[in-house]
Write a protein that binds this ligand. Structure first.
Ligand code: ATP
Length: 367
């Protein structure tokens, strides 16, 4: 079993300028055996530090880390039965691909036959058989990345740790490698912990995702759950592209008022919002749930907003339409046939069944 567990894990750094600050606040987390779990969050949120603590490259200030059933707090990285793939691949330039792949096993003094078998297996899995005698500089970025993964595979670790492995690749190759990594996970049946700042990468790769901000775990959930039920405004704004729109509103009975427009809310929503009567709330709606009135699906068309379009971006399969509500800029992702150009006064239809409501003070989701 290769679960990974954080029990009240905390990491503080002491820095001359900042003094002591918390990079990872007390965190609790269980990564299941064979799970593909992704840490995602903005730069500096503590995701790499979390990964490095699992690897043993960084020692937590307090709390316990378990791999399998054992507490590994005091174990050296090489004794943790993990393999890490870094952003810069860290290949040895003077060695051939075969030597790069076998390096770790040679260091462990494994028998020659065993090493050859392992290298061959990894090369087949990753499509590197024809490149074993080349040097890293003779490989493309994507191929080098595969070698870095291959070096981890040959070691048969309990847990694979990936630190932004695709960030040096161009956009097209990244998409291709994402698919390859998903396939690899199925094939290896291994536990994978993966760090990225890219929410699309997180959503496409992760079976579950840990969203972090400022050293704190904001939510742990499946991609579907994060998208449909974000716990707070940070998660709601971070997951989904373009980002969720936040609109300031005030609650009045069974309606919310947005810039003088009354939007009727379903009865079950009105019941929950009772506690916010006459108080401000934040309405969250994703760009894909705002439609032009000439191209709206058969949803309840009662809920509309008027606005002057500022900018339209044509993406081919859809258009992004920008307009303002008060001080907030709103994005609608509309069907490409929707009539839209800068300066047009347009009626937009909101799918109120998909709207979220947030407390502006705590930023937690009310509903
Ligand atoms: P990025 O995506 O930029 O890599 P991250 O989410 O992975 O960001 P971490 O690298 O985990 O963030 O860093 C979390 C915080 O801890 C940051 O503020 C960083 O500056 C700080 N930090 C990381 N390592 C050290 C260190 N060795 N000494 C002091 N501060 C550190």
């Amino acid at each position: 079993m290769a679960c990974v567990e954080f029990r009240n894990v905390r990491k503080e750094f002491t820095d001359e300028k900042k003094g002591t600050f918390t990079a990872v606040a007390d965190s609790n987390l269980i990564i299941q055996d064979k799970e593909f779990l992704v840490f995602v969050g903005p730069s500096g949120c503590g995701k790499t530090t979390s990964l490095r603590m699992i690897a043993g490259l960084e020692r937590q200030t307090s709390g316990d880390i378990l791999i399998g059933d054992r507490i590994v707090n005091h174990l050296h990285p090489k004794d943790r039965d993990i393999a890490m793939v870094f952003q810069d691949y860290a290949l040895y330039p003077h060695m051939t691909i075969r030597e790069n792949l076998s390096f770790g096993l040679r260091n462990l003094k494994k028998p020659k036959d065993y090493i050859e078998k392992k290298v061959k297996e990894a090369a087949v899995i990753l499509g590197l058989e024809d490149m074993l005698n080349r040097k890293p500089r003779e490989l493309s970025g994507g191929q080098r990345q595969r070698v870095a993964v291959g070096r981890a595979i040959v070691r048969d670790p309990q847990v694979f740790l990936f630190d932004e492995p695709l960030s040096n690749l161009d956009a097209k190759l990244r998409v291709q490698m994402r698919v390859e990594l998903s396939e690899l996970h199925k094939r290896l049946e291994a536990t994978i912990v993966y760090v990225t700042h890219d929410q699309v990468e997180a959503m496409t790769l992760g079976e579950r995702i840990v969203v972090m901000n400022q050293g704190m775990i904001q939510q742990i959930a499946t991609p579907k759950e994060l998208y449909a039920n974000p716990q707070n405004m940070f998660v709601a704004g971070f997951i989904g592209s373009p980002a969720m729109n936040f609109i300031d509103a005030v609650v009045e009975g069974n309606k919310v008022i947005v810039e003088g427009t009354f939007l009727k809310v379903p009865n079950h929503v009105a019941a929950v919002l009772q506690g916010y009567e006459h108080r401000p709330i934040v309405v969250g709606i994703r760009p894909e749930h705002i439609y032009g009135d000439d191209y709206a699906p058969s949803i309840d068309r009662e809920h509309t907003l008027q606005a002057r379009i500022q900018v339209v971006e044509h993406l081919g399969s859809e258009n992004l339409v920008y307009f303002r509500m008060g001080s907030r800029r709103i994005t609608a992702k509309v069907h490409p046939e929707t009539k839209a150009y800068a300066g047009l006064e347009k009626t937009f239809v909101l799918d109120m069944s998909k709207v979220h409501y947030f407390d502006p003070l705590t930023e937690q989701r009310i509903l």
